[in-house]
Ligand binder design. Structure first.
Ligand code: ARG
Length: 498
């Protein structure tokens, strides 16, 4: 048996069915790049600590660099995971006397935890960028639609007039909290478990601080048992994604509803639509429907993840292998959902005449009329609510005459005698004046919305800077690590020529 892992302790080889059941090779494609980086950092640290010789270090690094260039396809996929497959390929290349030294002072347990955290860090950064673009698109579209009237809904019933800008900023703000949660979770992901080895750390004189720094982690997962066994960062990360896709699913649902002939508020760009195989006239909002549907995949991943982690004793257990792919599935789904939503929002056509004409449908100005009765005549709001409620039952237009008739019945007083005029009623029933009056902070009034958008544009600039700083920091560390690797290799080539 030539398997470098099994040849000692184990006498028989698992058949294909057993291998298929136990191997993580398929989902390890996610951590291939990270694994090479982790190997680079560990090998350099081993050399710096005098645990391996400089020439062995260089040869290992050269082999790793080649494996990196060849890509994951060249690896033997019959091994139980990427770590062993990669180490075995390295030993094939540089011989066991050299390659067989790379795994000193390390276990796959700390190795895999480090690879997952490194990969997740990069994925989270990419998601932050994509989410930022989506928030920007919502903000720009809102800026163009400060005066676009539309009905606001509660219970999906026409409620009060508002503007499209007001509606879009509501979604932008909800996604802003997802961004905050993402960045907070990131701070607990970007910590280094390397050096914990199997769980009890190691007797080799390794330098955990050095590998942390080489890989660009912000800190250590200090306790070596905690380092190899905790996956709360995966649960937290997937929970953040769950919240995000639930928010996106709400937006997707609105896009679907708004695309119906009944609403006709928007038309999605053709590239996000599909048609029917039988009904030639159909334009279906499939991308929005799928986005709504795929949120279920993320929720399911979270459930699978927490259930896998539940009640696991310390420290490493192989069950953990089953936890990780849920994170990748959730991440892939969340990231593509964010991109699809951004594209749909950016390219959709808004039927402003329709939204404006429907903004008053269903007596949406009733609240403002009741408020006007209170402000002008001094009657209690509850009484005004009753009067306008009775008016809302009727079919006819609301005029001074009708109000007086109802008020007389309910209150025994005509409100025209208390200063209410036809002009005031007209104003209360006008959707634009409704909106203009709602100028408290967070309301849809045009000037308030303008201010709100200005404030958000400033926040977005800051957000952009912070995400770039995180991204540049991570990139700089990994680039520096690769440069260091290349210097070691070059140095070794010079020595060999002499
Ligand atoms: N494929 C494994 C995982 O994802 C790597 C660690 C294996 N460790 C072990 N002791 N068998 O968890």
């Amino acid at each position: 048996m030539s398997n470098i892992l099994r040849r000692g302790r184990l006498a028989s080889t698992p058949d294909e069915d057993i291998m298929e059941f136990t191997s993580s090779m398929k989902s390890d494609k996610w951590i291939f790049d990270a694994d090479i980086m982790v190997d680079f950092a560990h090998t350099i640290m081993l050399k710096e600590q005098g645990i391996i010789k400089e020439e062995d270090c260089s040869r290992i690094l050269r082999g790793l660099l080649r494996i990196r260039e060849e890509g994951i396809e060249k690896l033997d996929h019959t091994y139980e995971d990427i770590h062993i497959s990669l180490e075995s390929r390295l030993i094939d290349m540089v011989g066991e006397d050299v390659g067989g030294r790379m795994h000193s002072g390390r276990s796959r347990n700390d190795e895999v935890a480090t690879c997952i955290r490194l990969t997740l860090r990069e994925e989270m950064l990419a998601l932050m960028e994509e989410l930022h673009v989506l928030r920007n698109t919502l903000c720009s579209l809102a800026a163009e639609n400060i005066e676009t009237l539309m009905p606001g809904f509660t219970h999906l019933q026409h409620a009060q007039p508002t503007t499209l800008a007001h509606h879009l900023i509501a979604h932008m703000d909800a996604l802003g909290r997802d961004m905050d949660r993402l960045r907070s979770a990131y701070s607990r992901v970007n910590l280094c478990p390397l050096g914990a080895a199997a769980f009890a750390s190691t007797g080799f004189n390794i330098d955990r601080e050095r590998t942390r720094q080489l890989l660009g982690f912000d800190g250590l997962v200090e306790n070596s048992m905690d380092a190899v066994s905790s996956r709360d960062f995966l649960i937290e990360g997937t929970a953040v994604l769950t919240n995000l896709v639930i928010n996106l699913s709400k937006m997707a649902e609105e896009l679907v509803i708004w695309s119906t002939s009944e609403f006709a508020f928007i038309e999605l760009d053709d590239r996000y639509a599909s048609t029917s195989s039988i009904m030639p006239q159909k334009k279906n909002p499939d991308t929005a429907e799928l986005l709504r549907g795929k949120s279920g995949v993320v929720v399911g991943s979270l459930m699978a993840l927490v259930t896998t982690c539940k009640a696991l004793p310390l420290s490493y257990n192989r069950d953990l292998q089953e936890a990780t792919p849920n994170m990748w599935k959730a991440m892939e789904t969340a990231r593509s959902s964010v991109r699809m939503m951004e594209g749909m929002i950016r390219t959709m056509k808004i039927n402003k005449e329709v939204t404006a004409s429907k903004s008053v449908m269903g007596f949406t100005t009733a609240t403002e009329l009741a408020d006007t009765l209170v402000r002008v005549t001094g009657i209690p709001f509850r009484t005004a609510h009753q009067i306008v409620g009775v008016l809302a039952r009727g079919e006819e237009d609301v005029l001074m005459q009708q109000i007086d008739a109802v008020a007389d019945k309910v209150l025994g007083v005509k409100l025209s005698s208390k200063g209410l005029t036809e002009e005031m009623i007209c104003e209360a029933l006008d959707p634009i004046s409704n909106i203009k009056k709602r100028k408290v902070i967070g309301g849809p009034a045009f000037e308030e919305m303008e201010q709100a958008i200005m404030r958000r544009k400033r926040t977005m600039q800051q957000e952009d800077k912070e995400i770039s700083a995180l991204k540049n920091g991570s990139e700089a560390s990994l680039n520096a690590l690769v440069e260091l690797v290349k210097r070691y290799i070059k140095h070794d080539q010079c020595d060999q020529q002499m």
